[in-house]
Design a protein around this ligand. Structure first.
Ligand code: DON
Length: 561
């Protein structure tokens, strides 16, 4: 690892000249899928080989992940699908969860006091799921293959089972204690209460039946009929709020992607209710004014200006962003403008860290698991999709009889009105719960084009670290000349305004760099893996597809042809 990063610095200082790569990406000629599970990537590529386009493959991959990657792959959660066709306008599909009609800003209080368990770990933490409706809308508008064909591989996997990898068996063993309160969850993810072993076959018969209803009836197979009845029954029995009417009322949104530019590359990113695209473009605009390539990867100056850009963008995120339907005057156009970036840049002292003024609000801790994948087809249509249950395995609640996990995404709303305090609770208005409202997200599916042609698709997981991880993957390729795999392998750092500290992966930066930055006023906290990213880059030399697969998530894999 250390050798790799020593080489990274060398490659950066040689600025992508003819320096040899130290880590080769997976390559494909026609089409490619990179996801957190090999089986899901293969299912996506099989769709491409059968003549499906990137959206078809994304739908099949997403349903497959709901079976083979239950920590985050889902039908009971929500997310974002960003699509850039080889020609024509890109589109963003927002299938973020919504608060049920009975939700209110104060719903996470008990006797006037904030109740974290209610907020993050109860039936009240469940938002109305968006995934099935969102995938269906994207498919309806952009897909070409029969819907059933795209759901079927997932049905087979759920019905016949698949062998548990070492890492999934370990992950399930870790989560089991928190599922003990939920008999349907225990039944689905354990052997009568004992953990599965690696190599065991995980069969999910109820999930297979739910997927069968979705294959047959589309969104009605989830939001109406038997599935809706099972969800409502489970909710009513446990003090949850989601009703059949909430499910029937759920609508995904087609949004216009945010657009930015960075050193001649076109950046296509997710608008609110994700904060990802806004913050990403704001940071890129700030950094465009610094010659990162000449600083060299991992130099104190590179890290300093990147951290200062992060600090400022995350402060703006906290101040301004929420569901656009409830926050009609968010200053998005300003936040992603070059002029605003120039004004922010002018506040950066190259010799000294700024101080995040602990004003009246911070952000609550986020935990859990999300998953992200990218698809590029032979025509160079591209999808970047990120979706989540919020925490790993979401609320840990499997809907009895329906076989899928419910999200705990309501925890992404602020804690409650006026609840802002020094411990990190937030009570600011833009992101308080309200009926039908979407909770603010950090998910950052992103697509990059150059001279009208696809250049890259990227995404990441890891709560608020997501935006900075996608930022660094793009900088690593564009500024530091890394290939897709090098860009994903390279060490990461993260600053989110408050707390005022840089979280840095162990071995990512040299002791010398850390010492210089510390003397300039930065505080560091070391961590293990900092989020997970997946990326496809069209190699400039030969137009081949190259994938960066993140080894921080061990089951991840690229598949291509
Ligand atoms: O939407 C969001 O930003 C969060 N719910 C995502 C959670 C997440 O990425 C946790 N992943 N490791």
């Amino acid at each position: 690892m250390i050798r790799r990063f020593a080489l990274a610095v060398f490659v950066a200082s040689a600025v992508a000249a003819a320096a040899a790569s130290w880590s080769e990406p997976h390559r494909a000629t026609r089409g490619m899928v990179v996801s957190e599970h090999a089986i899901a990537s293969e299912i996506g590529v099989a769709v491409l080989k059968a003549g499906g386009n990137a959206v078809d493959a994304a739908v099949a991959t997403a349903f497959a992940l709901a079976v083979v990657h239950p920590a985050a792959g889902n039908i009971g959660g929500g997310g974002f699908l960003l699509y850039r066709p080889a020609s024509g306008e890109p589109a963003a599909y927002d299938f973020r969860e919504t608060a049920p009609a009975a939700a209110s800003a104060a719903m996470f209080l008990t006797d006037g006091k904030y109740d974290a368990a209610k907020h993050h770990e109860s039936y009240l933490s469940v938002g109305v799921p968006g995934t099935v409706a969102g995938l269906h809308l994207a498919w309806q508008e952009r897909g070409t293959m029969p819907w059933r064909r795209l759901v079927e591989p997932a049905i087979t996997l759920a019905r016949d089972g698949f062998p548990l990898s070492e890492s999934l068996a370990a992950s399930l063993a870790r989560v089991l204690p928190s599922m003990r309160r939920h008999p349907a969850s225990m039944a689905q993810f354990s052997k009568s209460g004992s953990p599965y072993a690696p190599g065991d076959t995980l069969v999910q018969a109820d999930l297979a039946r739910t997927l069968e209803r979705i294959a047959a009836d589309g969104p009605a197979g989830f939001y109406e009929g038997e599935t809706a009845r099972l969800i409502e029954q489970d909710m009513a029995a446990h003090g949850g709020l989601i009703s059949r009417a909430d499910l029937k009322a759920y609508r995904p949104e087609r949004r216009v992607p945010l657009r930015g530019t960075y050193r001649g590359y076109d950046i296509i990113a997710m608008p609110p209710v994700s904060s990802g695209g806004t913050a990403l473009i704001e940071m890129l605009n700030v950094l465009e004014g610094f010659d990162l390539a000449s600083y060299g990867w991992g130099s104190s100056r590179h890290v300093h200006v990147a951290v200062e850009a992060m600090r400022r963008a995350y402060a703006d995120r906290a101040r301004h962003l929420g569901d656009p339907a409830f926050n009609p005057s968010m200053p998005i156009a300003t936040l992603i403008s070059k002029e605003y970036a120039a004004s922010l840049r002018a506040t950066i002292d190259l010799e000294r860290a700024s101080v995040s003024s602990p004003s009246s609000f911070d952000w609550p801790p986020e935990s859990g698991e999300t998953t992200t994948f990218c698809v590029v087809d032979a025509a160079r249509n591209a999808v970047s999709l990120t979706y989540t249950l919020e925490a790993g395995y979401g609320s840990k609640i499997v809907v009895a009889g329906a076989g899928f996990l419910l999200n705990n995404e309501m925890g992404d709303f602020n804690a409650g009105p006026g609840l802002t305090d020094a411990t990190g609770l937030v009570g600011t208005a833009p992101n308080l719960a309200a009926p039908g409202k979407r909770m603010l997200s950090s998910m950052t599916p992103t697509i990059v084009a150059k001279d009208g042609r696809l250049f890259a698709a990227a995404g990441a997981l890891g709560g608020r670290t997501i935006i900075n991880t996608v930022l660094q993957a793009l900088l690593n390729v564009i500024d530091f000349g890394m290939n897709a795999q090098e860009a994903i392998d390279a060490g990461r750092f993260h600053h989110q305004w408050l707390p005022d500290a840089v979280v840095v992966e162990r071995h990512a930066l040299s002791p010398d760099t850390l010492a210089i930055l510390t003397s300039r006023g930065h505080a560091f906290r070391e961590t293990g893996a900092l989020s997970v990213a997946e990326m496809i880059v069209v190699a400039p030399k030969d137009g081949k597809l190259t994938a960066g697969v993140d080894a921080r998530s061990v089951d991840g894999a690229a598949a291509g042809y």
